[in-house]
Design a binder for this molecule. Sequence first.
Ligand code: ATP
Length: 238
Amino acid sequence: MTQAILTIEDYAKTFHLHERNKDIPSASGVNLSVYPGRLTALIGPTGAGKSSVLKGIYRTYLPSSGRILYRSKAGNVIDLAKAGEHQILELRKQEIGFVTQFLYCLPRKSAIDVVAEPLFARGVDSHEARGRAEKLLAQLAVPSHLWNVPPATFSGGEKQRVNLARGLIAQPRLLLLDEPTASLDPATTERVVEYIQSLKETGIAMLAIFHHPDLVRRLADEVVELSPPIAVNELSKD
Ligand SMILES: Nc1ncnc2c1ncn2[C@@H]1O[C@H](COP(=O)(O)OP(=O)(O)OP(=O)(O)O)[C@@H](O)[C@H]1O
């Protein structure tokens, strides 16, 4: 098999609630690999720490321990758990994409510009960027009368498709997907499944959270199951 683009070794994240002097473990003992052109599915019960793993990789959360080894386009191995902020921001701009569960965007920005944003950030010409955004919105079945409207008033499924389009447009080397088909109807889910399959053919490495076993069966090349972490306070009760 080809070399992994991402290898996580013994990742853990614990939140410390200062006001209550309490530790909340959100993930622990996580080991996994993600390969170019393949999809690793992250599964497990609610609260097992699946989103916390993706957020640790994207560095929304600073990991508490473990290594997150990312092989960059330039061929360097970078420990994302330790990399500096500037390097992380550069990797987000150029190489690592994250489709979160919810769409966060400025209130007055049109759907096209929200989707084209990652291309603007990479310096792509605005006409070309908007053209690519339109193509992707059409592919994901977002009705064209919505393209120039800010997504704030869109339905949950429409917002999610805009979010997906934004995450996919720059074709990152590593794509993190947090339940990409939640709140989509069956026909749109099918389009997204086909799109993810086509992304594999372009060599993108994906780490995705899915709740539906059928999606795992259809899309995953590797499956990693997480169990809820046990709080140290709980252990010390025995
Ligand atoms: N910012 C935070 N502060 C405190 N606790 C957090 C924070 N983020 C996550 N947690 C806790 O970490 C645990 C794991 O949460 P996480 O969202 O990663 O689980 P998940 O497996 O993705 O769950 P789900 O399938 O329900 O989305 C939960 O108990 C959650 O309350």
